[in-house]
Ligand binder design. Structure first.
Ligand code: LLP
Length: 463
């Protein structure tokens, strides 16, 4: 790598420090469509636009940092999932990835269902008018109050996560004079190739009831005996950010195996199976996610093959993609503040947000890409680390990135693929205010989640 001539640029070591990067890209102005929302372009004047609006105008009107969400892209991805699975399957968008009332309305309009996992998500869904029977309620420790609200609202299914919950939900449903449709979440013993904290189908973890040792079969036995429950199926979620379909293949094989055992023991063919979410997206140009139609084809083929072999009627399939729908549709827009070149190492570029708006880098060592979006630049690439403004050295947004060496305070940077698990996992660490979510579509921008204010912070502080 050559040395930067710009005063703000560092003199880099001839050997690059250890990191996740490959060679610097030949052109830093090119935006890889794989990681950016569909309507993102760089205009002739070098400024990046989304939904027909330039990012400088967005920053001026709404401030930075801000999550900027491409509504057309969101709807297109939601529709692609819906179409790919057709009428014989259901797509439940996983609200934990990002939920707001506008999103609920878009999902409703595009014909998707919704997976919620807390009273707060349920309240958001209901308040935006999502029909309760299209909501699935998840969670490993749902409170009695949450269960009561879900049953009262008439959610389409509650996904049971423990032996205690089987009894709890049955009692509450009976008390309310209802018969609740439920699935049982099992762990099939698959190790998804992903970060330990986001893999969920191996047995040594808090979710689900293990298939191993006959525990799942025992859970089914108990659920079938309880009048308050209508057992409609088995659920499995194997993890997150998965590219390899083989984990789903093993999971489907084992879930269908259980359905067969249930048929043999109870004479009942459960009508549904849910294979969860977890499909990966491109955070950097190195990631190659599959298209929804390929995923749908693979999953439906696996399930019908397994069912044919077991001489079972093929159950209705459902899936719960969160990240794969919303992840690629948004980027985080930041303003560059302090730039600190560290001789022989890299340049630290501080932005006006950080781990409070994107904890994924610190938590999972997640990789992101980043681009200068308020102008084009022909300056040579400098090895940078994009960091936030928090009092913590782990406050890293993008660990290793090449940015133009003429980067200056006031420039705008955008980190793509931050639609999932960024706003939804945002915090107030250091009393930094959570950014707004600005939705853009056809030349119009509107706030769908407003920026937090100091007043909001102080309102909670009642002491
Ligand atoms: N269904 C169930 C039962 C889940 O637990 C999850 C995610 C999903 C669906 C949606 O998974 P997705 O398609 O979005 O990968 N905070 C982590 C991800 C945790 C996911 C938890 N459950 C991250 O930032 O990567």
């Amino acid at each position: 790598m050559s040395r930067s001539a710009h005063p703000a640029g560092p003199r880099h070591a001839d050997v690059l420090p250890e990191g996740h990067y490959s060679a610097p890209p030949s052109d830093l102005n090119t935006l890889d469509s794989k990681v950016w929302a569909q309507t993102v372009r760089r205009d002739a004047d070098g400024v990046v636009t989304v939904g027909g609006i330039d990012v400088k105008a967005i920053a001026e009107e709404f401030g930075t940092p801000a999550y900027v969400l491409d509504e057309a892209d969101f709807r297109a991805r939601a529709r692609a999932w819906r179409t790919a699975f057709g009428h014989d399957a259901d797509v439940f968008y996983a609200g934990k990835a990002f939920l707001s009332r506008a999103v609920v309305r878009w999902l409703d309009e595009e014909g998707l269902n919704l997976d919620v996992c807390s009273g707060g998500e349920l309240a958001t869904a209901l308040s935006a008018g999502m029909p309760a029977d299209r909501i699935a309620f998840h969670g490993n420790n749902k409170s009695t109050e949450e269960i009561r609200r879900a049953v009262t609202a008439g959610v389409g299914r509650i996904v049971l996560d423990s032996f205690q919950e089987i009894v709890r939900v049955a009692h509450i449903a009976q008390e309310l004079g209802k018969r609740q449709r439920v699935q049982i979440r099992i762990t099939v013993g698959v190790e998804a190739h992903t970060h330990e904290f986001i893999a969920t189908a191996h047995e040594d973890q808090k979710f689900g009831i293990p298939l191993a040792g006959g525990q799942a079969a025992e859970a089914v036995r108990r659920a079938l005996q309880l009048d308050g429950l209508e057992l409609i199926g088995i659920h499995s979620h194997i993890g997150s950010q998965i590219f390899d379909m083989s984990g789903f293949e093993v999971a489907a094989h084992r879930v269908v195996g259980l359905l067969k055992d249930i048929r043999d023991e109870h004479g009942v063919e459960l009508p549904e199976i849910d294979l969860g979410g977890g499909l990966g997206i491109a955070y950097t140009s190195d990631d190659d996610p599959r298209e929804p139609h390929e995923i749908a084809k693979a999953l439906t083929e696996i399930v019908s093959r397994e069912c044919d072999a077991a001489k079972l009627r093929t159950p209705r399939i459902s899936v719960e993609p969160g990240r794969a729908i919303v992840g690629p549709t948004a980027f985080t827009l930041y303003e560059v503040g302090t730039i600190k070149p560290l001789d022989g190492l890299r340049t630290y570029v501080s932005v006006d947000g950080g781990m409070s708006d994107n904890i994924r880098t610190a938590l999972y060592d997640a990789e992101y890409s980043v681009a200068l979006v308020s102008r084009a630049s022909d300056a040579e690439p400098m090895l940078a680390r994009v960091v936030g403004k928090h009092c913590e050295s782990g406050d890293i947004v993008v660990k290793d990135a090449f940015l133009p060496a003429d980067l200056a305070p006031g420039d705008l940077l955008a980190v793509p693929a931050t639609g999932a698990y960024c706003r939804s996992m945002a915090s107030n660490y250091n009393h930094v205010l959570r950014p707004p979510v600005v939705a853009v579509r056809d030349g119009e921008a509107r706030v769908i989640v407003r920026r937090e204010t100091e007043e909001d912070l102080l309102r909670l502080d009642v002491g």
